[in-house]
Design a protein around this ligand. Structure first.
Ligand SMILES: Cc1cc2nc3c(=O)[nH]c(=O)nc-3n(C[C@H](O)[C@H](O)[C@H](O)COP(=O)(O)OP(=O)(O)OC[C@H]3O[C@@H](n4cnc5c(N)ncnc54)[C@H](O)[C@@H]3O)c2cc1C
Length: 295
């Protein structure tokens, strides 16, 4: 007979890490909106489920100076509802608010979305265009890794067996900067992305693009940055030609698979369309950004 699964609710990061380190079969969870369905679908039961939601440091949204810190186990519903955060990162708030349903968003977290490492996850592209950093508790202390470096393949990450993401940090965007996230799903909700596209744009007062980031989800084993799209934008105004170059670069950057939700050709085309639209939305928002308007 299988030994019953144990449950632990540590109060500190150190306690959680010690539990993980002492039991190779233990798993941490935050919302458990990935972990429980996976166990029900037949993946091996952990010997111990370690609940991260009771650790104060892992929950909450704070801004100190120009740095935002978001606990890795903060429900995405709280992120969507945080007016100050959503004003500075509308695209990241959008991505957070697309996960599942209200019930799922009351549980699910950025930490789980990133560490589950689904190629189709919604928040990683939006975290990446905003250059989010993950603070990871390790045996030797803490290390900071770009969100872009966490997932290394489907279901695989750079985390060691006893490491935990504690929080995410994001620099407050400069003036006239904004992001956007769009995805295509076959249904209107409760489905996973066929393609996801995140963009962030910074505009000079004359309308020229001074910085740009474009990232695609669900079109490769991990999120794809599109440097050719970024290069096509930077240094000039947001013309139709520039947007067309973004679409072509995004389609070319994809390495999608054929599956029941879309063919390779379809995903490439949709990636171009969504990247172009996400850039246009981010640029409209950046143009309307009143922060630093007098500078
Ligand atoms: C009905 C339904 C709809 C969904 N819709 C979407 C969707 O639209 N878009 C989407 O992207 N996802 C969707 N998901 C998947 C899931 O909700 C998300 O991936 C969610 O963000 C996972 O967060 P969680 O806190 O629940 O993760 P958990 O299930 O708690 O954990 C997931 C994985 O991450 C690990 N982990 C969690 N937190 C940490 C941490 N701080 N440090 C280290 N490891 C950690 C766990 O060990 C586990 O391996 C859906 C799921 C369901 C059930």
């Amino acid at each position: 007979m299988l030994a019953p699964m144990k449950y632990a609710a540590p109060a500190t990061v150190e306690e959680a890490r010690a539990l993980l380190a002492a039991d190779g079969g233990a798993r941490v969870f935050a919302g458990a909106t990935d972990l429980i369905p996976q166990i029900r679908a037949g993946r091996p039961e952990p010997s111990m489920m370690i609940d991260l939601k009771r650790i104060d440091r892992l929950s909450g949204i704070a801004r100190a100076g120009s740095t935002w810190t978001i606990g890795a186990a903060t429900p995405t519903a709280d992120i969507v509802a945080h007016a100050g955060f959503a004003a500075e990162f509308p695209g990241l708030a959008e991505a957070s608010g697309l996960i599942g349903s209200d019930q799922i968003q009351n549980r699910c977290t950025w930490g789980g979305n990133l560490v589950n490492a689904s190629p189709a996850a919604d928040t990683p592209p939006a975290l990446i265009v905003n250059d989010a950093k993950a603070v990871i508790a390790s045996a030797g202390g803490e290390r900071t890794v770009a969100a872009a470096e966490v997932a290394t393949g489907p279901g695989a990450t750079c985390l060691g067996a006893d490491e935990i993401i504690v929080e995410f940090t994001l620099a407050s965007p400069p003036p006239r900067t904004a992001d956007a996230y769009l995805r295509l799903i076959p249904r209107t909700e409760m489905d996973i992305a066929v393609v996801g596209a995140a963009a962030r744009v910074t505009l000079a007062p004359d309308g020229a693009v001074t910085a740009a980031a474009v990232a695609l989800g669900a079109v490769a084993p991990t999120v794809v940055r599109v440097p050719d799209a970024e290069a096509a934008l930077i240094g000039g105004p947001l013309t139709d030609d520039a947007l067309e170059a973004v679409a072509q670069a995004a389609s070319a950057a994809c390495r999608p698979i054929d599956d029941k939700r879309g063919t390779v050709a379809y995903r490439r085309r949709v990636a171009g369309v969504l990247a172009r639209r996400a850039v246009a939305i981010a640029a409209d928002r950046a143009a309307a950004d009143q922060r630093g308007a007098s500078s």
